[in-house]
Design a protein around this ligand. Structure first.
Ligand code: ASP
Length: 299
């Protein structure tokens, strides 16, 4: 059941858009994907209520999808060639260009919250592996048994060598103060080498936010996204009053042509307009913004 949106989004437009990865199989459990991204958009929207912050909104939205076993992030992450979980996540707040990220983590249920703690700590931007786990313990995040993150679905995918199972999650939001934030979280690519780090941990590649321009979260072939620094470059297409959907499309074209990979992205511009594009068969998307009475889930 759709929940009533917060009533106090007066003044500037606020909005949140989420994605569930550019590798979703259109023939496989569409209703579950729809319900998942819709719940995430609503969680983000709730966080924006009462003058809430965009940063809290994107963290809340991504946590919903990390907890959902159907998406490739947190519980339900794809497995490495060794059958282990190694997750990447990043988050950014566009007023101060504050950012935090973690890579190759396996002992936290919500990597996006660990990335947020790295950001809030302000000392570093990116922590990996055991150093990130030690930091998680130091800031009081509960240790999570990696076995709890592994689902039968992903075990079967690794066993049958499903070649291209992307399902990274992400969110971008603008709050009524005009602050833009973006967040991305993933288990990476199925069968990846242990130790491989993808775009989702890299600021400028998988995630970027600049409140003067917009915010972006990407999904797709991580090596290709890194090659073209996709998230930051998508914002170039918003300069000079570019339309959000056209900017997203131009950035995905860049990914395909120059990056030589497939994928997609969501974005929000500084006026609170949302946009998205993808080059794969399906990228589940949902958004909620001032003026809507329920999330849009266009697939
Ligand atoms: N971009 C992610 C990675 O390469 C995968 C995905 O989006 O599905 O790790």
């Amino acid at each position: 059941m759709a929940m009533a949106p917060p009533r106090d989004h007066a003044g500037r437009a606020s909005a949140v858009i989420v994605h569930g990865g550019a590798g979703a199989d259109p023939a496989d459990g569409r209703d579950e994907l729809r319900a998942g991204v819709q719940a995430a958009a609503l969680a983000g929207w709730r966080a924006l209520g009462g003058g809430g912050r965009a940063l809290d909104a994107v963290e809340a939205a991504v946590r919903v999808l990390e907890d959902h076993p159907r998406f490739n992030a947190g519980r339900g992450s794809v497995l490495t060639s060794a059958g282990t979980v190694e997750m990447d996540a990043s988050i950014m707040e566009g007023d101060r260009l504050a950012c935090g990220a973690v890579a190759a983590v396996s002992r936290v249920a919500n990597p996006i919250t660990l990335a947020r703690r790295v950001m809030d700590d302000e000392r570093h931007v990116l922590l990996v592996g055991d150093g990130a786990h030690a930091f998680a313990r130091a800031v009081g995040l509960p240790d999570c048994d990696p076995a709890l993150l592994i689902t039968d679905r992903q075990r079967a995918r690794l066993a049958t060598h499903v070649p291209d199972s992307r399902g990274t999650v992400g969110a971008v939001a603008i709050d009524r103060h005009g602050t833009i934030a973006a967040a991305t979280s993933t288990g990476g690519m199925v069968g990846k080498r242990p130790g491989r780090v993808g775009d989702s941990a890299l600021i400028g590649c998988g995630t970027y936010a600049d409140s003067a321009l917009g915010g972006v979260s990407c999904t797709g072939a991580g090596e290709a996204i890194i090659r073209v620094v996709l998230a930051r470059r998508a914002l170039d297409h918003l300069q000079g009053d570019g339309e959000p959907d056209a900017a997203a499309r131009a950035a995905v074209d860049l990914l395909v042509k120059q990056g030589r990979g497939e994928g997609g992205l969501i974005l929000v511009d500084a006026r609170g307009r949302v946009g998205y594009a993808y080059s794969t068969p399906l990228m589940p998307v949902a958004w909620m913004s001032s003026g809507l009475d329920a999330p849009r889930v266009p697939f």
